[in-house]
Design a binder for this molecule. Structure first.
Ligand code: GLA
Length: 435
């Protein structure tokens, strides 16, 4: 929708680091406690800890609950159902998240994307449309399954699919979400970019200031409700959002335009995240968009590459497939415990590229136990013989020999060095955990 205007700006621009939170990040990770305070769910991967806000004094800050201590995990309706999503789809998905084992693997947020919105009533209160007859009842149902419910809106008058947005109703909408029992808000710029341009036609800096203020406004509205909600920014990475996302209360921010279920788009987005690692930490994450695992014509190798890349990026793992027809091999990828553990590692460090030779790239992600995840990707069109390329352990900050486990092969490899030989299939990956 409106993709023509989605120009990604300054993706790799190195800028002034505004992560005021770096000092407390690891401490917050260490304070992880069982989540589920809001919904009564026991959620192993989404701890509630405490954190200071950027502006707060340490004493006041300790009382602010932290959501997304690790990258949020769940499911979102857009990538598969798009504008067709209904109350029944959400209930079916909630049931299947439980019966498939996905909830227990960490996928706890069930997020309704665009097209749930109805008209406002006489008092300006937002109503859900005929596809969602009773949002409060739906939230109760989702919560009864030990899951959490997410919703979607825009700072503009209209969402990207031209449904009702929150412009001028921010506090009222946040209060309504809290009343319904919403646990997660994706806030998508959409038509607000037109408002920004109309206000300051030739002044991008002033437009960007308006954008930040709009995101801060909804942040304040959420805080005012007193209900913990994950706050997900969606403005396609404009104005180097990773530099200011934490300051407007974002728990995650989209770094790119929309993903689609094809290898070129997915891998372009994933590889384009190189250089952003320093902006991620417990409580706030770079979001390269929702998973397409199991969608479109992605092959098994491509699906594994997608899952691996997102895990290496400490990206939110928000599945986007139709669970009513999920194949066992797709379930096995989405629920690979070791891949999920890399993504959710309590250290909260995003991985980065340490070596590239044409289509072969090696990425490393530091882990809490002192080890590293090492992913050898082959984005090329033919199987790659790693002989001659080597593991590049030194570039990954590792000693000459390491003890390794191959995650997708579920195999301990013992001690290996740079001469370890592995063939990486076309569009495939070998994922190692080493120490
Ligand atoms: C934008 C977002 C998508 C989705 C749609 C809904 O394109 O980037 O993720 O939310 O809007 O209209």
């Amino acid at each position: 929708m409106g993709m023509g205007m989605r120009v990604r700006s300054g993706m790799l621009k190195a800028g002034g680091l505004v992560l005021l939170v770096a000092g407390w990040a690891v401490g917050a990770g260490a304070q992880r406690a069982q989540a589920g305070a809001a919904s009564g769910a026991a959620t192993p991967h989404h701890a509630v800890a405490t954190r200071p806000t950027a502006a707060a004094t340490p004493r006041r800050a300790a009382a602010v609950p932290m959501v997304a201590a690790t990258p949020p995990m769940g499911w979102n309706s857009w990538n598969y159902f798009a504008g067709k999503v209904t109350d029944k789809d959400i209930r079916d998905t909630a049931d299947l998240l439980v019966s498939s084992g996905m909830r227990d693997a960490g996928y706890v947020y069930v997020n309704i994307d665009d097209t749930w919105e109805g008209a406002r009533d006489a008092n300006g209160k937002i109503q859900s449309n005929e596809k969602f007859p009773d949002m409060k009842a739906l939230a109760d149902y989702v919560h009864s399954k030990g899951l959490k419910l997410g919703i979607y809106s825009s700072p503009g008058a209209k969402t990207c699919a031209r449904f009702e947005g929150s412009l001028g109703h921010e506090e009222q909408d946040a209060a309504t979400y809290a009343e319904w029992g919403i646990d997660y808000l994706k806030y998508d710029l959409c038509s607000y970019s037109g408002v920004m341009r109309a206000q300051f036609p030739n002044d991008p800096a002033a437009q960007n200031k308006m954008m930040r203020e709009a995101y801060e406004k909804m942040h304040q509205a959420i805080v005012k409700t007193g209900r913990p909600m994950v706050y997900s920014l969606c403005q396609y990475g404009w104005d180097s959002v990773w530099e200011w996302g934490p300051q407007v209360g974002a728990n995650l921010w989209r770094t790119t335009g929309d993903i689609s279920a094809n290898f070129d788009r997915m891998s372009l987005i994933g590889r384009g995240q190189a250089g952003l690692a320093k902006y991620a930490a417990p409580g706030h994450w770079n979001d390269p968009d929702m998973l397409e695992v199991g969608n479109g014509r992605l092959t098994l190798d491509e699906n594994r590459t997608h899952m691996t890349l997102w895990a290496m990026l400490a990206a939110p793992l928000i599945a986007g497939n139709n669970l009513t027809e999920m194949k066992p091999e797709i379930a096995a990828i989405l629920m690979n415990k070791e891949a999920i553990a890399i993504d959710q590692d309590a250290l909260g460090r995003q991985g980065d590229r340490v070596f590239a030779d044409g289509p072969v790239e090696i990425w490393a992600k530091p882990l809490k136990n002192g080890g590293k995840a090492l992913a050898i990707f082959n984005f090329g069109e033919t199987a790659s013989e790693m002989r001659g390329i080597g593991l590049h352990l030194k570039e990954a900050g590792l000693p000459a020999h390491v003890t390794a486990r191959d995650v997708w092969a579920a195999k301990d490899l013992g001690r290996i060095g740079d001469d370890y030989k592995v063939t990486v299939p076309r569009h495939g990956v070998v994922l190692l955990v080493v120490r």
